[in-house]
Design a protein around this ligand. Structure first.
Ligand code: ADP
Ligand code: MG
Length: 250
């Protein structure tokens, strides 16, 4: 890489400029220009891929590039569209080796040729990466109620979970509303929180990673061997009987 350019421009020039085609202005401008063929509609789509969600972070980078292009080309094919060009947004951890970009661009080049499409432009940034990287053994976002969503992890893992109701973080208003609201808080939807399963040996690492990012994290219970189900205990250790599991869209 050239020393005189910021790293992202050096990467763009070396690995992404060779992929650029008509309308890209050679990736030297702020934006691309395309003129659709006369009488044709422009069909636009965007599908993101996230490491650890849509691919394994140590997957071969050329395959990641090809998959990224294909998941988007597949949407265009579904609309009966002919691919014209694509925008590429790349956000990688700071310590990503240059060889990763080389492999990624090689995969893109292969599928560009196979599907007759070229790069129009994009954006390149770095990311500190996910806070749970290498720490949690399972994780999910909770949006249909804590008890119901935790049940998915229990079934997938073949484990029983026990939630300590008194440790579940609640807003002061919900806490003040008393026991009558507790069931709604534990089973109602629209939580938009993250639920992590963390081995006891990694708890300290999780707390340190969360503190470094100013994120609140609370231990609300534990997994045990046993039939896959969720049990909630009240402050005195007694099981709470819940009348509903969570939010259902049906
Ligand atoms: P900045 O906004 O930091 O000034 P830009 O985001 O405009 O820089 O990037 C400069 C040029 O490089 C633009 O033409 C942009 O489309 C292109 N570019 C940046 N990242 C990518 C990428 N990942 N793939 C393709 N083109 C890119
Ligand atoms: Mg930009």
């Amino acid at each position: 890489m050239s020393d005189s350019l910021p790293p992202e421009f050096a990467l763009i020039g070396k690995y992404f400029r060779p992929l650029a085609g008509p309308g890209s202005l050679d990736l030297r401008d702020d934006a691309a220009l395309i003129t659709p063929p006369p009488g044709r509609d422009l069909v636009l789509t965007a599908d993101a891929m996230v490491g650890g969600v849509h691919f394994l972070v140590d997957d071969p980078p050329d395959l990641i590039g090809r998959k990224l292009l294909r998941v988007n080309l597949s949407d265009l094919a579904a609309k009966g569209a002919t691919p014209l060009g694509y925008l590429l947004t790349v956000s990688t951890p700071r310590d990503t080796p240059e060889s990763w970009f080389a492999g990624f661009a090689t995969g893109l080049a292969q599928d560009q040729a196979a599907f007759n499409v070229t790069l129009l432009g994009g954006d390149t940034t770095s990311t500190p990466g996910p806070v749970i990287g290498g720490i949690a053994s399972a994780g999910m976002d909770v949006s249909d109620g804590l008890v119901q969503d935790l049940g998915h992890i229990c079934r997938a893992s073949g484990l029983r979970a026990v939630i300590e109701a008194a440790q579940v973080p609640l807003s002061p208003a919900a806490r003040g509303a008393g026991a009558a609201w507790l069931e709604t808080c534990l089973t109602g939807g629209d939580d938009y929180e993250l639920l992590l399963a963390v081995p006891p040996a990694r708890e300290t690492a999780l707390l340190a990673a969360a503190a470094a990012r100013g994120m609140a994290v609370t231990r609300i219970g534990a997994f045990h061997s046993g039939p896959p189900q969720v049990m909630v205990r009240d402050a005195s250790g007694q099981p709470l009987a819940l009348t509903k599991g969570g939010w259902s869209h049906f």
